[in-house]
Ligand binder design. Structure first.
Ligand code: PEP
Ligand code: MG
Length: 575
């Protein structure tokens, strides 16, 4: 039995398919000074084409896998846009080396540096560099994409590593499970497996050389173990365990029709976070009572032209109509990253996450913002739409955004277009200054929603991209709990509803605490809603309040975690 890291729960029994990604094969040649210019032109062409290909893949991955999961393609685009990367290539070419040699050298250096670091996040970065390198070399050699051999039957994919681009080439409907040598809980393979709901074990260490295509394999993604060529008795035992696991999962899904209500009858609402209209069906199937966060970036990224008002309207109205009168919170554009064809920053931003993103981007690019609000307003005529503004750090910005909303309403009125004149306006609380002064926003907003992903990043000074691997990224930090309490109290005092749409809302470990603090709505990835509901239905509000009170007394994040784990275990809730 091989032991690795439990990456995605469940048990798979099936035949092995060994997946081998592209290799970084290149020929290094010396070139004459006369050939340098020509090689530089080839480099520019390859960089441009690679960028174009990746932007397309990124857009596709956003719709297939969702924003967070498509992040690796964004990271690869950033490598191509990195001026240091490009200048390293240019200087090697200028020293008399062909482009292939320069790409091979620069990429190998990065890959080695990141792989040697021993840090899981950095090892993922190595995979990104390797993929970018392979793509550039393929373009330079004029080769077309080498498709990975198709999965002919339902199989367990066995690989040293599985990057996001690799995974896009596999026929997902045929993957029964994953057994991967590298990676940890937040690697691409795990994220893919969790979104496809297939079992995965990663971090198994060297073992692929012991496997042949077609070998029988058991993957236990709940325990983090893999068995190669098991005997019939073991197969029977795991088949039985697989059936028990599936029955349990079905029981959870049956919860989707029951209300999110505590044992003493206190009712909260469970909402889903989505990026695309295609996700609505799954949200409804998992029991979502509305959409608590509809991120709109998807519509804007990976393209050269602005989405028109009509195109945006079509995108939003699809969700609104599918939700049939249930609330849909549409968040205006929040984009932080490399410059795009339509958002050229006024000046170079060394740190875009502290720069022109969220509401600042909205207000800086008035025409784009106005087009978006008009489209949202028009969609509001077809259901229950609410609009939410991101990254608000001060009241003036909210007032200005609301002023523009009013102006758009007047324009639509004059044009005879329908919209909801009483559309609710929400404040996404994700900057500490807004959380600390939440009560000052009360006269300006209809509801609050707490975005813990950014709130943790900005409060604890820890990059959100490292969530899950960086031990300092702690949603249970006492500072975060106090900020959440402050927002909830401010909302309650002003009789406004308060939601949470950051990842914390989908963490069963935090459910008791959030319920006890008085949160009205939990908005999370659809897949986590049944578990959250199970916790809510198993407790009373009184118990939850007691838990919240005690958690607030603790001084260290780890103490809060241990305390909550204990509370869950004592109720047989922690799985
Ligand atoms: C958040 O920051 O918690 C949030 C919900 O917004 P996003 O993850 O889209 O930045
Ligand atoms: Mg955010």
């Amino acid at each position: 039995m091989l032991r690795g890291i439990a990456g995605a729960p469940g048990i798979a029994i099936g035949r092995a398919f060994i997946f081998r990604p592209e290799q970084l094969d290149f020929e290094r040649k010396t070139i004459s000074p006369q050939e340098v210019d020509q090689e530089l032109v080839r480099l520019q062409h390859a960089l441009r084409q690679a960028h174009q290909e990746l932007a397309g893949i990124y857009a596709r991955a956003m719709s297939d896998l969702g924003r967070d999961r498509a992040g690796t393609f964004h990271a690869q685009l950033m490598i191509l846009e990195d001026p240091t990367f490009e200048s390293e290539l240019i200087s090697i070419i200028r020293s008399g080396v062909n482009v292939e040699g320069a790409v091979g050298e620069v990429v190998t250096n990065y890959v080695q540096m990141f792989e040697d670091s021993g840090d899981e996040y950095l090892r993922e970065r190595a995979a990104d560099y390797r993929d970018v390198g392979c793509r550039l070399l393929r373009i330079l050699l004029g080769q077309s994409w080498t498709p990975v051999p198709r999965l002919k039957e339902d199989s367990i994919v066995v690989a040293r590593d599985l990057s996001a681009p690799d995974s896009m080439q596999l026929d997902r409907s045929r993957i029964l499970g994953l057994a991967i040598e590298r990676g940890g809980r937040t690697c691409t393979a795990c994220i893919l497996a969790r979104s496809l709901e297939i079992p995965a074990v990663v971090g198994l260490g060297r073992f692929v050389h012991r496997v042949q295509n077609g070998d029988l394999i058991i993957v236990d993604g709940s325990k983090g173990t893999v068995i190669l060529n098991p005997d019939p008795a073991t197969v029977a035992e795991y088949q039985h365990r697989r059936e028990t696991y599936l029955a349990c999962k079905k029981e959870m899904q049956m919860l989707s029709d029951l209300p999110a209500e505590t044992r003493d009858g206190y009712r909260v609402q469970l909402l889903a976070n989505i990026d695309h209209p295609g996700e609505v069906a799954s949200a409804l199937a998992q029991g979502a009572e509305g959409i608590g966060l509809f991120r709109t970036e998807h519509l804007f990224l990976g393209r050269d032209t602005m989405p028109s008002e009509d195109e945006q309207f079509e995108f939003y109205v699809q969700v609104v109509q599918k939700m049939r009168g249930r609330p849909v919170v549409i968040r205006t554009l929040d984009y932080a990253g490399p410059s795009s064809p339509f958002f050229q920053p006024m000046h170079y931003e060394p740190n875009p996450f502290l720069g022109c993103r969220g509401i600042r981007l909205n207000l800086n690019f008035e025409e784009i913002f106005n087009t978006q609000i008009r489209a949202i307003l028009r969609a509001s005529a077809f259901g229950r739409v609410k609009v939410m503004f991101p990254l608000i750090s001060r009241v003036e910005d909210l007032r200005r955004a609301k002023g523009m909303l009013r102006q758009a309403q007047e324009e639509l009125q004059l044009a005879g277009k329908k919209f909801d004149p009483r559309i609710e306006v929400g404040l996404l609380v994700e900057v500490p200054s807004a959380a600390l002064t939440a009560e000052l926003f009360a006269p300006e907003v209809d509801f609050y929603s707490i975005g813990t992903n950014d709130l943790v990043q900005y409060t604890l000074a820890v990059d959100r991209a490292s969530a899950g691997i960086n031990p300092l990224h702690q949603v249970l930090h006492p500072a975060i709990l106090r900020l959440i309490k402050n927002v909830i109290d401010a909302a309650r005092n002003s009789r406004k509803k308060v939601a949470m749409c950051g990842e914390m809302a989908g963490e069963p470990l935090a459910t008791l605490l959030l319920l006890g603090l008085g949160l009205d709505q939990f908005s999370a990835a659809a897949g986590s809603l049944p578990e959250i509901k199970k916790v809510i239905r198993a407790v009373t509000l009184k118990e939850a309040r007691e838990v919240a009170l005690q958690a607030l007394q603790l001084s260290a994040p780890e103490e809060v975690r241990r305390f909550l784990e204990q509370e869950m275990k004592s109720r047989r809730l922690y799985f």
